[in-house]
Design a protein around this ligand. Structure first.
Ligand code: FCB
Length: 469
């Protein structure tokens, strides 16, 4: 039997053994022609040498749990082409990257033509390799000058962001038609203002987090209009991080209540602004109506990774009384410095797609992956994710692509170099790269636009069943 879920309240009851790999159909399962098989990356995580944004300042101030620095990262500023060669070798046909605002506009109103030229080179290099670029304008980082003026909470932030977006699209528009305005407004707001794990490192500021989500929705809307103004055929969306939250005790009223609250704030807020132009009560009291935000996207990007259990805990006022945790004996990737990254949960893709399909726009899965240095669970995740997508497309969902996070191990935000998400392993000291077997499997799927049992057997003859944690 399948799962029974009720997304409105974030409850998921499962009657299926979720570590089980659903048997692959004996005939290969084909994806629609033109389906994008991609990999996702972000400027600060891969470029190296970014020292003029608020993340660099956060690193210097000791904000990274492991004490690591992004440093040279994957050295893309000097040699992204080395990884683009690997992407071509693998066989992906799309790559999502972000442009670093602090390089393009290092001081307010002063644009660096050389930086934009380097991004042009990168996009040209992708096209030469038969790889379609998708460009994200804001992936968690922005210039120090912008942060010092109050970041997106400042009254004219949307205008500043629009200016940057116009500059980028004017400079790169002939090489790219797919744009992501913001990566994960909900993660940025939650980790920056509620959990204190991202800059500016504030804790418990839930109302500010809601105000920030609103401000990002306004900036998204203004940038969307500016991009279309310059490039009428552009496809513009944002990337939404969707997490499955499940009450720790399904019979507990308090666990159910706090799970609904977390779901409303994290999964629903930005989505609901785009879908309905307003937040649900009582958050609507903070935000008011944002009617001009409603319906503003050409696609919805989904970043989907994990499931967490949620229990009511009266001591956790700053976290809205929510204790969010991973229970034992579920499939998991490697642990972060302080806590597990989450239950690896491919079925989250289905729940996420079914939710955002209500907006009525095409969907791209723009991130999905697992921290896994030894490749012990990634193949299982990929096979299950691809099967989820296949079933959803068969059921009529308009899903246009899947982008795995990520191509090469890179600097993982507050966890530094501790977590390895790459299809390609990287030693950041020597910059040596080694393709993981899961990279080979993913490449085989991408090249043939289908998945079959033979492919899995070829790369993982011993099977891909993950050992429960
Ligand atoms: C997502 C981020 C991405 C990466 C993955 C693991 O939330 O968008 O940059 O860190 O998590």
């Amino acid at each position: 039997m399948d799962e029974v879920h009720d997304l409105e309240c974030g409850n998921v009851r499962s009657s299926r053994n979720l570590t089980e790999v659903a048997p692959l159909a004996t005939a290969p399962s084909r994806f629609p022609a033109g389906f994008l098989w991609g990999v996702s990356t972000a400027a600060h995580q891969v470029e190296g040498g970014n020292d003029n944004n608020q993340w660099a300042a956060w690193e210097q101030a000791g904000g990274i749990k492991s004490g690591d620095r992004s440093g040279q990262a994957c050295d893309w500023w000097n040699n992204a082409e080395r990884d683009f060669d690997l992407a071509r070798e693998m066989g992906v046909n799309a790559l999502r990257l972000s442009v670093e605002w602090s390089r393009i506009e290092p001081q307010e109103g002063q644009y660096d033509a050389q930086a934009l030229r380097r991004y042009r080179q990168m996009l040209e290099a992708l096209h030469q390799r038969g790889i379609r670029p998708m460009v994200c304008l804001h992936h968690f980082t922005h210039p120090l000058w912008f942060e010092q003026k109050g970041g997106f909470l400042r009254y004219d932030a949307a205008n500043r962001f629009e200016g940057f977006a116009r500059h980028v699209v004017s400079g790169l528009g002939d090489l790219c038609q797919s744009w992501v305005t913001f990566n994960e407004p909900n993660v940025y707001a939650t980790l920056g203002y509620v959990l204190g794990e991202f800059p500016p490192g504030k804790r418990g500021q839930i109302l500010t987090a809601v105000r920030l989500v609103n401000a990002l929705a306004r900036a998204h809307t203004q940038a969307y209009r500016a991009i279309h103004d310059l490039q009428p055929a552009a496809q513009v969306g944002w990337a939404h991080n969707f997490v499955v939250f499940q009450p720790a005790d399904p019979r507990s009223v308090l666990d159910g209540w706090v799970t609904r609250l977390v779901n409303e704030l994290f999964n629903e807020s930005f989505v609901r602004l785009i879908e309905q132009g307003k937040l649900a009560f009582p958050l609507s009291l903070v935000s008011g109506d944002l009617n001009d935000v409603k319906g503003v996207c050409d696609f919805v990007g989904l970043n989907v990774y994990s499931r967490f259990h949620v229990a009511f805990d009266a001591r956790l006022l700053s976290q809205m009384f929510a204790r969010v945790f991973v229970p034992p004996h579920v499939p998991q990737g490697d642990h972060g410095v302080e806590q597990p990254y989450g239950e690896a949960y491919p079925a989250a893709i289905r729940l996420a797609v079914e939710r955002v399909a209500r907006i009525g726009k095409p969907i791209y899965v723009l991130e999905n992956g697992v921290p896994d240095a030894q490749d012990r669970i990634r193949p299982w995740l990929i096979v299950n994710a691809v099967q989820e997508l296949d079933r959803l497309i068969q059921a009529g969902q308009d899903i246009r692509g899947y982008f795995h996070w990520t191509l090469t191990d890179n600097f993982e935000w507050s966890e530094g170099w501790k977590l390895r998400f790459g299809l390609v392993a990287l030693d950041p000291k020597t910059q040596q790269r080694t393709m993981r077997n899961s990279g080979r499997l993913y490449g085989a799927i991408a090249r043939s636009n289908c998945i079959s049992p033979e492919m899995v057997n070829q790369y993982f003859p011993a099977g891909i069943e993950p050992a429960p944690d």
